[in-house]
Design a protein around this ligand. Sequence first.
Ligand code: V55
Ligand code: FE
Length: 489
Amino acid sequence: MTNFGNNPAFTGFNAPFRAEVDVFDLEVEGELPAALNGAFYRVQPDFLYPPRYANDVPFNGDGHVSMFRFVAGHVDFKCRFVRTQRYKAQRAVRRALYGTYRNRGTDMPEVRELSGGTANTNLILHAGRLFALKEDSPPVQIDPNTLDTLDDYCTFNGKLKSRTFTAHPKLDPMSGEMVGFGYEAKGDNTDDVAVYSLDKNGEVNWEAWIKVPYVGMLHDFGLTQTHVTFLVIPLVVDMEQMKQGGVHFIWDDTMPTWFGVMRRGGDGKDLRWYKGPTRMATHCMNAFSDGTKVYADMDMAEGNQFPFFPNRRGPFDFRKASGRLTRLFVDLSKKSDTYDLEVLHPEIGVLPRADERYWSLPYKVGFMPVMDPTLPLDQAKVGNTGLILNTWTRFDHATGKSTSWHTDPVSGLQECQFVPRSQNAPEGDGWLIGLCNRYEDMRTDLLVLDALHLADGPVATVRLPLKLRNGVHGTWVSGDHLASGSAAA
Ligand code: V55
Ligand code: FE
């Protein structure tokens, strides 16, 4: 094959990984909590072949899933590429056949009928099925024990009519339902969104079709006990740019945001759109309802947060890319056609997470990787996925206080994952785990912190003998869903 060249997106810590590895019994410093029984899955975009287009973006890498199986104070490791239709087609001919990010017109003719999905963004387990997700295509089902791909185009028994499905489905802890949606549901640049819920056995039990005010990235959404919320942001689809071989999105800072709120289980006709200022927000820490009041907490910035998606005007501005956890609020009993915004905490960060036992419910505790507050903002480096993050922070919305732990200056942190100490432990009582990039020796560690005592630092550091790439999202699956024993036997 050709090589990846000296593009900074593919050198140093960002070098392609491409390997499929099993490591039995990883080295551990410190003490792994014996009660941690389950698996941490996370996914990184990892190009199997060098992209054919110079303008391609990190978000177009092939989905490469890592599994850390925690059992009896030990961790076994396994990683595999997801066998997407794209992966299999390119592997068969030993070269890239697909084009640039979410632009099917740049794909070679022989693959245009195949799925373009990369399964590179997130994972979730529902009704015993583990899905690897990319928002431009249906879920890909993988085996939670072997990581083998079981279904490269999962339509929920033919019930998923949308051509796309979000990378951020939510689980309702009360009903056991999984709720999700697909945007651009009838094809590129269509303003159709299809919303679905699946009952606790994995059967589709609700479908509603709605329209967005304009077609922008709809990456995540909010789920409450009674409603779903969407935020349309001005990272808009540009068909002109795509015709010229460009990527799917462009940032248009002349456009407002629209916060959409609609009832769960209905036909979508009650959907209301509330206007707001130009903002970027990708992720929802959690959302909840209180009577007619609906709240959604998102990491929100003034401008484009993805340096690799072009701005319609002006250069990338990392000051405007700084996002803070922000509460979006509407009262459905009021006539207002705008939504309210309130910054909840001063820290600058991305990738907010909650104690998922509180998804869709009133909650107090959240977590987020943030920039070390001792780093002056204008010295913050802009990596290929935005700001360099070296701090994990726990937020308490009831007191407005936060506690943090930050790494040494030659390390960086990826997304964090909360794991409850037990199924009925209080909210936020458990561990915070996630990957740490060791830039000096080009390795990756998995850190385990006590979520109640972040400032004390890791209780255990699980050392990998290799370097993983910057990943996107991960999920925790408790041991009762998994085969007993080793993952890497
Ligand atoms: C995101 C990630 C994506 C993508 C769109 O975090 C949005 C946001 C890894 O791919 O395609
Ligand atoms: Fe995401």
